[in-house]
Design a protein around this ligand. Sequence first.
Ligand SMILES: [Zn+2]
Ligand SMILES: [Zn+2]
Length: 144
Amino acid sequence: MTGEGAARTGGCLCGAVRFDAVPEKPEIDACHCSRCRRWSGGVFLSVPCGTSLDVRGGDALGVHRMSDYGERLFCRTCGSSIAWRMQDGSMSAVAFQAFDDQSGLVFAEEIFIDDKPPHYSFANETRKLTGAQVMAQFANEQGA
Ligand SMILES: [Zn+2]
Ligand SMILES: [Zn+2]
Protein backbone atom coordinates (compact mmCIF):
# COMPACT_ATOMS: atom_id res chain seq x y z
CA MET A 1 0.00 0.00 0.00
CA THR A 2 1.44 3.31 -1.04
CA GLY A 3 -0.02 6.56 0.21
CA GLU A 4 0.45 10.24 -0.41
CA GLY A 5 4.10 11.15 -0.06
CA ALA A 6 5.39 7.70 -0.96
CA ALA A 7 7.31 7.05 -4.18
CA ARG A 8 5.46 4.98 -6.74
CA THR A 9 7.04 3.03 -9.54
CA GLY A 10 5.92 2.84 -13.14
CA GLY A 11 7.01 2.36 -16.69
CA CYS A 12 6.19 1.89 -20.34
CA LEU A 13 4.53 -1.04 -22.10
CA CYS A 14 7.79 -2.84 -22.99
CA GLY A 15 9.63 -2.07 -19.75
CA ALA A 16 12.58 -0.23 -21.32
CA VAL A 17 11.60 3.00 -19.54
CA ARG A 18 11.01 2.90 -15.78
CA PHE A 19 10.46 5.67 -13.24
CA ASP A 20 9.87 6.58 -9.62
CA ALA A 21 7.66 9.54 -8.74
CA VAL A 22 5.97 10.94 -5.65
CA PRO A 23 2.46 12.35 -6.23
CA GLU A 24 2.18 15.92 -4.90
CA LYS A 25 -1.44 15.13 -4.15
CA PRO A 26 -3.40 11.89 -4.72
CA GLU A 27 -5.01 13.27 -7.81
CA ILE A 28 -5.63 12.40 -11.45
CA ASP A 29 -5.96 15.27 -13.91
CA ALA A 30 -7.16 15.04 -17.51
CA CYS A 31 -5.90 17.33 -20.24
CA HIS A 32 -8.14 17.76 -23.25
CA CYS A 33 -5.75 19.98 -25.26
CA SER A 34 -5.11 18.97 -28.86
CA ARG A 35 -1.40 18.29 -28.22
CA CYS A 36 -2.05 15.88 -25.35
CA ARG A 37 -4.78 14.13 -27.32
CA ARG A 38 -2.51 13.52 -30.32
CA TRP A 39 0.43 12.55 -28.15
CA SER A 40 -1.43 10.09 -25.91
CA GLY A 41 -3.86 8.78 -28.51
CA GLY A 42 -6.69 9.55 -26.09
CA VAL A 43 -7.14 11.90 -23.19
CA PHE A 44 -3.92 12.40 -21.25
CA LEU A 45 -4.59 11.40 -17.64
CA SER A 46 -1.75 12.41 -15.35
CA VAL A 47 -0.69 12.63 -11.73
CA PRO A 48 1.03 15.85 -10.56
CA CYS A 49 4.48 14.83 -9.27
CA GLY A 50 6.32 18.15 -8.92
CA THR A 51 10.10 17.78 -9.04
CA SER A 52 10.11 14.14 -7.93
CA LEU A 53 10.09 12.36 -11.30
CA ASP A 54 13.15 10.13 -11.65
CA VAL A 55 13.02 8.44 -15.05
CA ARG A 56 15.45 5.87 -16.49
CA GLY A 57 15.60 4.32 -19.93
CA GLY A 58 18.92 5.09 -21.58
CA ASP A 59 18.57 5.28 -25.34
CA ALA A 60 14.94 4.15 -25.14
CA LEU A 61 13.90 7.37 -23.38
CA GLY A 62 12.67 9.89 -25.95
CA VAL A 63 12.23 13.60 -25.22
CA HIS A 64 10.07 15.74 -27.47
CA ARG A 65 10.10 19.54 -27.08
CA MET A 66 7.32 21.49 -28.77
CA SER A 67 7.39 24.63 -26.65
CA ASP A 68 10.26 26.53 -25.07
CA TYR A 69 9.23 25.46 -21.56
CA GLY A 70 7.71 21.98 -21.69
CA GLU A 71 8.84 18.56 -22.87
CA ARG A 72 7.17 15.18 -23.34
CA LEU A 73 8.87 11.95 -22.32
CA PHE A 74 8.08 8.71 -24.15
CA CYS A 75 9.50 5.29 -24.92
CA ARG A 76 11.24 5.08 -28.31
CA THR A 77 10.85 1.30 -28.33
CA CYS A 78 7.14 0.81 -27.65
CA GLY A 79 5.80 4.36 -28.05
CA SER A 80 4.23 4.71 -24.60
CA SER A 81 3.61 8.23 -23.27
CA ILE A 82 5.39 8.67 -19.93
CA ALA A 83 5.21 12.28 -18.75
CA TRP A 84 4.94 15.95 -19.53
CA ARG A 85 7.34 18.10 -17.56
CA MET A 86 8.91 21.53 -17.43
CA GLN A 87 12.30 21.52 -19.16
CA ASP A 88 13.89 22.77 -15.93
CA GLY A 89 12.33 19.86 -13.99
CA SER A 90 10.28 22.19 -11.76
CA MET A 91 7.00 20.42 -12.50
CA SER A 92 5.90 17.09 -13.90
CA ALA A 93 2.63 15.46 -14.91
CA VAL A 94 3.23 11.71 -15.01
CA ALA A 95 0.97 9.41 -17.03
CA PHE A 96 -1.61 7.87 -14.68
CA GLN A 97 -1.77 4.75 -16.85
CA ALA A 98 2.00 4.18 -16.51
CA PHE A 99 1.91 3.70 -12.72
CA ASP A 100 2.21 0.13 -11.43
CA ASP A 101 -0.02 0.97 -8.44
CA GLN A 102 -2.96 3.26 -9.18
CA SER A 103 -4.60 2.85 -5.76
CA GLY A 104 -5.75 5.88 -3.80
CA LEU A 105 -5.71 8.31 -6.71
CA VAL A 106 -8.91 10.27 -7.36
CA PHE A 107 -9.95 11.78 -10.69
CA ALA A 108 -10.19 15.46 -9.70
CA GLU A 109 -9.59 17.90 -12.52
CA GLU A 110 -10.08 18.40 -16.26
CA ILE A 111 -8.09 21.14 -17.98
CA PHE A 112 -8.42 22.71 -21.43
CA ILE A 113 -12.07 21.68 -21.18
CA ASP A 114 -12.81 24.12 -24.02
CA ASP A 115 -10.59 22.00 -26.32
CA LYS A 116 -12.48 18.77 -25.61
CA PRO A 117 -14.08 17.26 -28.72
CA PRO A 118 -17.87 16.96 -28.43
CA HIS A 119 -17.79 13.18 -28.99
CA TYR A 120 -17.37 12.20 -25.33
CA SER A 121 -17.54 13.52 -21.76
CA PHE A 122 -16.45 12.08 -18.42
CA ALA A 123 -19.25 11.41 -15.94
CA ASN A 124 -16.95 12.07 -12.91
CA GLU A 125 -17.54 15.19 -10.82
CA THR A 126 -14.37 17.20 -11.53
CA ARG A 127 -13.04 20.75 -11.43
CA LYS A 128 -13.08 22.01 -15.01
CA LEU A 129 -10.71 24.71 -16.25
CA THR A 130 -10.47 26.30 -19.67
CA GLY A 131 -7.12 26.77 -21.38
CA ALA A 132 -7.17 30.48 -20.50
CA GLN A 133 -7.81 29.68 -16.81
CA VAL A 134 -4.92 27.18 -16.80
CA MET A 135 -2.50 29.66 -18.36
CA ALA A 136 -3.57 32.37 -15.87
CA GLN A 137 -3.01 29.97 -12.95
CA PHE A 138 0.35 28.96 -14.42
CA ALA A 139 1.44 32.62 -14.71
CA ASN A 140 0.48 33.21 -11.04
CA GLU A 141 2.50 30.21 -9.88
CA GLN A 142 5.54 31.40 -11.83
CA GLY A 143 5.19 34.84 -10.21
CA ALA A 144 4.84 36.39 -13.66
ZN1 LIG B 1 8.70 0.85 -23.92
ZN1 LIG C 1 -2.54 19.05 -22.72
